[in-house]
Design a binder for this molecule. Sequence first.
Ligand code: BDR
Ligand code: CA
Length: 357
Amino acid sequence: MTPIKIIYDTDPGVDDAMALYFALAHPGLDVVGITTTFGNVTVEQAAANALYLSALAGYAHIPVAKGVAAPLVKPSEAPPDFIHGRDGLGNQPIRHAVPSRALDPRSGAQFIVDMARAHPGEITLVAVGPLGNVCAALRLEPTLPQLLREVVIMGGTVAEPGNVSPVAEANIWNDPHAAEQVFAAGFQLTMVGLDVTHRVVTELSLFDAMARHHQHPAIDTLRHAVAFYADFYTGVHASIQRKGCFAHDLLAFVYVVAPQLFETERGVVRVAVDGIANGQTMMNRRAHIQYPQMGWAEGRPATTVCMRVDAPACLALFEATMMDKAWLKPVVGQVDSVGVASRQDAAVAPPHRHSSV
Ligand code: BDR
Ligand code: CA
């Protein structure tokens, strides 16, 4: 089977890193580009992390384009360094030497548009940060919903409480105006939100086992990042008793390769863009009721929303995919030239702390 072409729009971010490595490891996916956004870190740090993580795993050929630095309308907020670390990767003690390379000169939005035009109907856009790049791409190319195969977002929540307010999920909260435009645009759109991501806990012990198995700096880096992230999550949620975390962004890719693991509902989704409910994703789950208020009665496109998930099957798929020896490549190169936090926080180590695969 031909692998699905993926553009990964991301704000790495620990769970973003986990998701990236799953996407690189899965034979059914072909990551043809990465676009970055502010969110868990600044957009500069997000771009540096995307370059670093991909190169460290041996995928320095994947283009990385830097995207939006701030929300469309609301003021920017400081990145949540207490969750993802100052560097977005759990404050890495060292950065390994990786092939030096430049960012793609295009904006994230222009990159998405160019790729969609070059491969009409073939590209799945997996967006796991605030949705400013998707929104900007729509402005550049209003027919983008017809050019992309599918858009899968990690963001939002319907029945599960929010993670930044009682009703709002972080990615939507970070740019509610952009999200509102994306839900209204007419994409073949699936929302993978907290309704399912709060059901799947990845334990640190799994990443320990992966690090032992692979003996590769990319997995050591991921393991360190997850340990930091797990410190934030463990004990805060009743479902996380042993050291572990939610793997939010990973589930967007699991949906792409194994949609049968999810139960979905379809309905119109709208986003609250101010007030006490700011960032809430409201889904009309009663399509037969003609709600008369403006916005519900206008024939907006529906979104597929993931409501339930087979968590053990997701974890088994993640583990089996990551444990494959074939996907990680040896890294040979010079020092990364754009590592923002690699300069501030971490020394750069020579390649291969272990003998590599
Ligand atoms: C989402 O917010 C970010 O912190 C994570 O990377 C994920 O995309 C979870 O709410
Ligand atoms: Ca993210």
